[in-house]
Design a protein around this ligand. Structure first.
Ligand code: C2E
Ligand code: MN
Ligand code: MN
Length: 433
């Protein structure tokens, strides 16, 4: 068979560039270089002798796996940069996570790199208590075998600099907890069932948003269900988009009816509405108010959660409805903050009373540096603007304790209570020693 030879004309700059891209992409497949940076806490019983041993062993093992490791440490923390082939780095990080000489691992950075910053030397270490930051950075610069201009090289220096200035060492209050729980049960009855346009039978489920340490229910969120308990998208999927807005708006009557039988004292009612429901259903604010009044409830008891699942195509109309909701006394929350469209640009349009941080950001927050920095920044933003913060989708104790340690006190998630359609709503409260 004749295989035509591919020719790259010398004079064409574009072709020449393509050829180089082709060569480098096949070589990357063979040897994808990766860097991983993590921080961990030294266990208090680790002696200087054991630390020396740890460094010597790692040096040996890293050399076998062709990994360069640079370890920084002070009294309490380790900070390590490891460079090598992707699968070797991933295997090593697995082992590191299982190593009980340190805990509270937080992965700060993991990314592919064009070339190593460091020589291939197994492992070197720096006791950062013994050096000034400038000396340390100078030494690290001297460790670099390549003086190339990859942006990655500057990043290494910046990330080390952030560690030495204490950015990754600020969780004095976070302790891996050993918790006992108290369970409380509230009899909530069951949701009324209704239908929309003879096409969908629906009801609601209820999930509390709680302040665990004060042992208070901040609000109940009412979540749409089919009459058989199916998820919200099953209710919406049989309807045209206008019908969906109609369902969204009219269904709140059922939520309020059920809420009127459950809520007590200061506890609020949270309901979800699509932004385009607010835009498309004329008179929706008055409708909501009269729905509430028919059960002797008022708008001050309700938080409208805005779930920005689609682009808001009529921003002016939308802003107007927000103004009307506010004027009528409703609270407003941005739901799923940080996911999809529900992001920073919404806050430039209006400032809600509450922000609910999306559960994909909350997931594994105690182990994930970028997620931690996102949450810290959202907190700074919200504190400055007087906005309350709720963490959604909290599923385990470590996530909750980390979030609590940075100052969040409102939570929603399976850890405490699942959305409930039966009459007995159970909530797990932490019992503090
Ligand atoms: P959402 O408003 O963010 O509601 C929270 C969702 O997260 C609920 O899903 C709840 O079951 C789930 N969830 C709560 N805690 C946890 C947890 O710890 N882990 C995990 N993995 N999930 C948790 P659900 O009920 O399926 O609702 C999905 C979305 O449907 C809601 O998200 C909301 O955006 C929308 N939705 C619900 N009811 C309505 C409604 O009446 N109108 C509109 N427009 N949307 C609604
Ligand atoms: Mn919601
Ligand atoms: Mn949400």
């Amino acid at each position: 068979m004749h295989i035509p030879r591919v020719r790259f004309p010398r004079k064409s700059g574009i072709r020449h560039f393509n050829r180089r891209a082709f060569v480098s992409s096949t070589s990357e497949k063979r040897k994808m270089l990766t860097v991983l940076v993590y921080r961990s806490k030294k266990i208090s019983t680790l002696s200087p002798f054991e630390l020396d041993n740890l460094i010597r062993n790692s040096d040996y093992k890293n050399k076998l796996a062709n990994i360069s490791g640079v370890l920084f440490y002070n009294d309490d923390y380790f900070f390590q940069i490891i460079e090598g082939e992707e699968n070797c780095i991933s295997n090593l990080y697995h082992e590191i996570c299982a190593d009980d000489r340190h805990d509270d691992l937080v992965k700060i950075l993991e990314t592919q790199i064009p070339t190593r910053y460091f020589e291939n030397f197994g492992m070197i270490s720096f006791d950062i208590r013994k050096k000034t930051r400038d000396d340390l950075l100078l030494e690290i610069k001297n460790q670099s075998r390549n003086r190339g201009k990859s942006p990655y090289f500057d990043r290494v220096l910046r990330v080390v600099s952030s560690f030495t200035s204490g950015v990754w060492c600020g969780e004095e209050n976070y302790k891996s907890p050993c918790m006992e729980w108290i369970e409380s049960c509230v009899d909530v009855g069951s949701s009324p069932i209704s239908s929309c346009l003879d096409k969908v039978k629906y009801k609601f489920s209820v999930q509390p948003i709680i302040n665990p340490l004060e042992r208070k229910i901040s609000s109940y969120e009412f979540l749409l269900r089919t009459d058989k308990g199916g998820p919200p998208h099953e209710c919406f999927s049989l309807l045209s988009s206008h019908e969906q807005y109609v369902l969204d708006a009219t269904s709140k009557l059922v939520a309020f009816e059920w809420a009127s039988k459950i809520i007590e004292g200061e506890t609020k009612i949270s309901v979800n509405l699509l932004p385009m429901t607010l835009v498309n259903i004329t008179g929706i604010v008055d409708d909501l108010v009269s729905q509430l009044n028919s059960f002797s409830l008022n708008s001050g008891q309700v938080i409208i959660e805005i779930t920005e699942e689609e682009v808001i195509s009529e921003p002016k109309k939308f802003s107007n409805v927000i103004k009307c909701l506010r004027a009528a006394g409703f609270g407003i929350a941005i739901d799923d903050f940080g996911a999809g469209f529900a992001g920073l640009s919404l806050i430039t349009k209006f400032q809600p009373d509450k922000i609910k941080i999306d559960r994909l950001i909350i997931k594994n927050i105690n182990k994930d540096g970028p997620r931690q920095m996102i949450v810290r920044s959202v907190l700074t933003l919200c504190r400055s603007l007087g906005i309350e913060v709720v963490a959604e989708g909290v599923e385990n104790i470590e996530e909750w304790r980390w979030l609590e340690s940075v100052g969040i006190n409102l939570f929603q998630g399976y850890l405490f209570s699942r959305p409930n359609t039966t009459s007995s709503l159970s909530i797990k409260w932490p019992k503090l020693k």
